[in-house]
Design a protein around this ligand. Sequence first.
Ligand code: NBP
Length: 484
Amino acid sequence: MAQQCDIGLIGLAVMGQNLVLNMADHGFAVAAYNRTTSRVDDFIIGPAKGKTVLGCRRLEDLVQTLKKPRIAMLMVKAGDPVKQTVEQLAPLLEPGDIIIDGGNSHFLDTEEQIRKLQDLGILYLGAGISGGEEGARYGPSIMPGGTEEAWPLVRPIFQAIAAKVGPNNDIPCCEWVGPGGAGHYVKIVHNGIEYGDMQLICEAYSLLKDGLGLNNDTLYDVFAEWNRGELDSYLIEITRDIFSVKDEKTGNALVDMILDRAGQKGTGKWTSQHALDLGVPTTLITEAVFARSLSALKKKRVRASRMLSGPQGTIAEFRLTANKDEFIEQVRKALFASKICSYAQGFFQLQAAAAEYGWGLDYGEIAMLWRGGCIIRATFLEDIKAAYDRNSELENLLLDKYFKEAVTANQSAWRRVICTATEIGIPIPAMGAALNYYDSYRSERLPHNLLQAQRDYFGSHRYERVDEEGNFHTDWVGKRRKPG
Ligand code: NBP
């Protein structure tokens, strides 16, 4: 029994159980523990029956069954549960042993754990894992970061269980990301991008359903068609499928029976919060986070809908476009151009964070980590990889030849769609944010000369001049035109 297991997994909720089964299927012996021990028992006599999985009812037992150096992986709720579990586990380990946190932890918590465990000689990895239950079972995307010394020992297990992509289906969606909290940071940005993608798809849906009046069968066909082109992705694919599912209770389309009040667990918000800390304009993801918050104000929105006026009606009623197919294609182009801006913002934030924390990230490699297994998997990520292969120092994805041309080709449709949505009163916060970002980023001169003047006027914050180096202050009150 002693020292026979390759890895120990702590936390047998949905993700932990599926990762254990995935590891066992790939020939690894896994010790499995959960705080509530009935979960261990149920797992061993249930899904893990007949597999190379050893149930442990105490952390001490788990540690004793592991080969040295020991690898113990946590799949528990982020925050205090991770901290408490590490506190219980660390005294049972020896220098050179490895703790991996595979949950959705905040990257700063991971950095703190690394620092704390350094003195004990315990190596700590923070690994972002994406793909939900299905991914964990059959191949997730894994984003490991932390103490690099641990990586060669963990790599064979992680790369075996990860999703595979490439022509021979043999490139694992798991590669070393970087030191410190880099792995968890990349997962946070992944989730932020996921928020952006989902919001953009919902806006396209609203334009087609409320603007064009398409029914669910036609929406199914539109998304099926989109999934065969540039937008080919997991999220477009599952959206297509959603339109085909009927509600057992009423016989209606299930999507129409779902309340329009979105939930969120907070990882998208972390992307936006840290974008603000870094001072980088991750506007689309932030709008996507706020859009969920606004959706959650259901009762208030219902009241407001009866009190506030605005345009209402379909595109046909507004006589804006005669051709449905033409508008569907314009929405597809608007979605694609907006998506490019979203990823440009996400990678821009990764670049800023890497510079701040000295992580030295490989952006093309990160795009490939997301190519399979995870929620944002999409063909499009290969174009991002190609862009960074062309120029690893690329300042912004929008400046890459392929993306520059793609936005140019889709631009007039994108603007048309945004005008149409505005005219008929359909909210499109993420598409709008994307276009505003694009127009701001390509502007040599923005109106912030005036803003600087305002700041200097009321707060003596000083301003720079267009014709001379230095910081200047003006006595605006003394020089202004006297009122009247
Ligand atoms: P949950 O996030 O629901 O966490 C449940 C697990 O945490 C159970 O094993 C529970 O033990 C354990 N736990 C808690 Br709660 N407090 C604990 C404590 N103080 N000490 C020890 N264990 C404690 O599980 P999950 O959905 O499987 O997710 C695991 C991690 O993976 C999370 O960080 C999550 O954000 C992340 N993640 C989830 C998904 C997904 O699709 N669900 C996808 C990607 C990443 P108990 O049984 O004794 O209560």
